[in-house]
Design a protein around this ligand. Structure first.
Ligand code: 3BY
Ligand code: FES
Ligand code: FE
Length: 428
C-alpha cells in the first residue's frame, strides 16, 4: 500500500520561492543566511532531501535478536526498525492501522508482538495484524498490517527511505560493500553511544565535516593521526610526495591483501552537486606513520575487527548524505548520525563499535577507544554552534570558499541546492 510520503507538501508557489532563494547563492561562496534561517527552506529540505534520500538509522548489531527494535523519528514521522523472526530487518511505520496511535513510544526494546496501547490490536514482528479483539468479523486483517518503509542492510549498517519510490540503493551498496565488508560490522557490538543536541542547522554540521581547513588549529588529536592537515598549509612538493608515497605504498599492500581501497563513484566530487548518485563515498587511506588506529597515541586498543589480520589497514572513511559518516580503524569503528530537529538544531548520535567478542575492561577500555572521536566531535560541535550564531547575524555576508581546501564544502552546498531546486520528482 502506498501513501503520500510527504503529507504537508510545499505548494508550487512555495517551491518557486525556494528555487529563487537557492539561486541567490553565488558559486564558490557560502550560502546566503536565508538558506539557513528561512523555515520554508527547512521544510523544502525535509521534503526534497530527507524524505527522498536514504537515511542511516543504526547498526544491525543494535538489534541482534528477533523482536529487538529501536525507533527512528524524523520530523513528525516515526519508524520501528525491528528484526523479525526470519532474521530480516524491517522498518515499520509506527502508526496503528486502527485509529493511528503511535505503537511504540520507547526508543528501544524487544517484543514478541507489537501491541497497540490504545485498543490492543496486535501485530507480528513483521507488521502483520494478528489480532484485533472486539472488531466485527468482516475485518480483513490481511489488509491492515503496519505499513513498511523501504529498509536496506549494508554490511551491518541499516538504511531506510521514507520515499514511496526511493533512490537507487544498489549503486551505493555495490560501491560501499567491498570497502565495508572486512570491517565486520555484522560481527560487531556497540561499545558506547553518545547523543548530542547541537545548536546548529544540519547543513552547517556537514559543511564543517567536509573540510579540514579548520583541523590544524582545532583538532590537535585528529591531525596527529591523519594526513589531511598536510595539504592544508603546506603545498610543497616534499609534503605532497610524502603523502603520495604513503598512499601508493599502502594501496599496494592492501590490494595484495585483498582489501578494497576506493570505488570509482566518489559521489559528490565526481558528480558535483548533481544526480541521484551524488550521495555517497567511501575510501581507505593511510594513517600517519606509527599510527594503526585513530586513538590518541595511535596504538591498537581493541581486538582486530572483521577480516583484518594486520592492524595496518589505515582509516576507512564512508559518508552517505544527508546523515552519516563513519571513520573506522583496525580495532574500532565510529558512526556519526545526524537528524535535523528544527532549523537550528541537529541531533547527533556518535556510536563506537568493536568486535562482538571483545570484553570491556579486558580486551578494551572506553577511555582508550573513545577520546579521539569524542574530542574531535565535540570540538566540531562548538565550531558549528559558533558558525550558526554567525550566519544568523544581521551582518552575515556570504564569504568565499578556498578552492584548495573547501572544494568539498562547495560540492556539498551545490548538492543541497540542486536538490532544493529540483522539480520535486523522485530521483530528479
Ligand atoms: O573535522 C571534521 O569536521 C571532519 C572530521 C574530522 C576531520 N574531518 C575533515
Ligand atoms: Fe491502535 Fe486502536 S488505535 S488499537
Ligand atoms: Fe572538524
Amino acid at each position: 500500500m502506498s501513501v503520500s510520503s510527504s503529507p504537508a507538501s510545499l505548494t508550487a508557489a512555495e517551491r518557486q520561492t525556494v528555487r529563487e532563494l537557492a539561486a541567490r547563492r553565488k558559486p564558490g561562496y557560502t550560502m546566503p543566511g536565508e538558506l539557513y534561517g528561512n523555515p520554508l527552506v527547512y521544510r523544502a529540505e525535509l521534503e526534497q532531501i530527507w524524505r527522498r534520500g536514504w537515511l542511516f538509522v543504526g547498526h544491525t548489531c543494535e538489534i541482534p535478536t528477533a523482536g529487538d527494535y529501536f525507533t527512528f523519528d524524523l520530523d513528525k514521522d516515526s519508524l520501528i526498525v525491528i528484526r523479525n523472526d526470519d532474521g530480516a530487518v524491517n522498518a515499520l511505520w509506527n502508526v496503528c492501522r486502527h485509529r493511528g496511535t503511535l505503537m511504540c513510544s520507547e526508543s528501544q526494546g524487544r517484543v514478541g508482538r507489537l501491541v497497540c496501547p490504545y485498543h490492543q490490536w496486535a501485530y507480528a514482528r513483521d507488521g502483520a495484524l494478528v489480532s484485533c479483539r472486539g472488531m466485527h468479523d468482516e475485518i480483513d486483517k490481511s489488509q491492515l498490517g503496519l505499513l513498511k518503509a523501504h529498509c536496506r542492510e549494508l554490511e551491518g549498517m541499516i538504511f531506510v527511505s521514507l520515499a514511496d519510490e526511493p533512490l537507487d540503493f544498489d549503486v551505493a551498496a555495490e560501491a560501499i560493500a567491498p570497502l565495508l565488508r572486512p570491517q565486520g560490522f555484522n560481527r560487531a557490538k556497540v561499545a558506547k553511544t553518545v547523543d548530542y543536541m547541537v545548536a546548529a542547522n544540519w547543513k552547517i554540521v556537514w559543511e564543517n565535516n567536509r573540510e579540514c581547513y579548520h583541523c590544524n588549529v582545532n583538532h590537535p588529536q585528529y591531525i596527529k593521526a591523519n594526513f589531511d592537515h598536510y595539504n592544508a598549509d603546506d603545498t610543497s612538493h616534499r609534503i605532497q610526495a610524502k603523502i603520495e608515497q604513503a598512499v601508493a605504498h599502502s594501496e599496494e599492500k592492501w590490494s595484495s591483501a585483498g582489501l578494497a581501497v576506493s570505488h570509482r563513484r566518489t559521489g559528490m566530487t565526481e558528480f558535483p552537486g548533481m544526480g541521484p548518485h551524488g550521495w555517497f563515498a567511501a575510501n581507505r587511506t593511510p594513517l600517519v606513520e606509527g599510527f594503526v588506529s585513530e586513538t590518541l597515541d595511535g596504538r591498537q586498543v581493541a581486538p582486530l575487527m572483521g577480516d583484518y589480520a594486520d592492524p595496518d589497514v589505515g582509516t576507512l572513511r564512508i559518508r552517505t548524505l544527508p546523515n552519516m559518516w563513519n571513520h573506522s580503524s583496525c580495532d574500532h569503528g565510529v558512526s556519526t548520525r545526524l537528524l535535523p530537529m528544527g532549523i537550528d538544531r541537529t541531533a547527533v548520535r556518535v556510536t563506537w563499535l568493536v568486535h562482538q567478542d571483545a570484553v570491556e575492561g579486558k580486551d578494551y577500555k572506553l577511555e582508550d577507544i573513545m577520546p579521539f572521536w569524542q574530542m574531535t566531535s565535540e570540538q566540531d560541535w562548538e565550531l558549528c554552534v559558533a558558525a550558526q550564531k554567525g550566519v544568523s547575524s544581521s551582518h552575515y555576508v556570504p564569504g568565499p570558499f578556498s578552492t584548495y581546501k573547501e572544494y568539498n564544502v562547495d560540492a556539498f552546498v551545490t548538492w543541497c541546492l540542486a536538490h532544493l531546486s529540483s522539480s520535486g520528482e523522485p530521483g530528479a
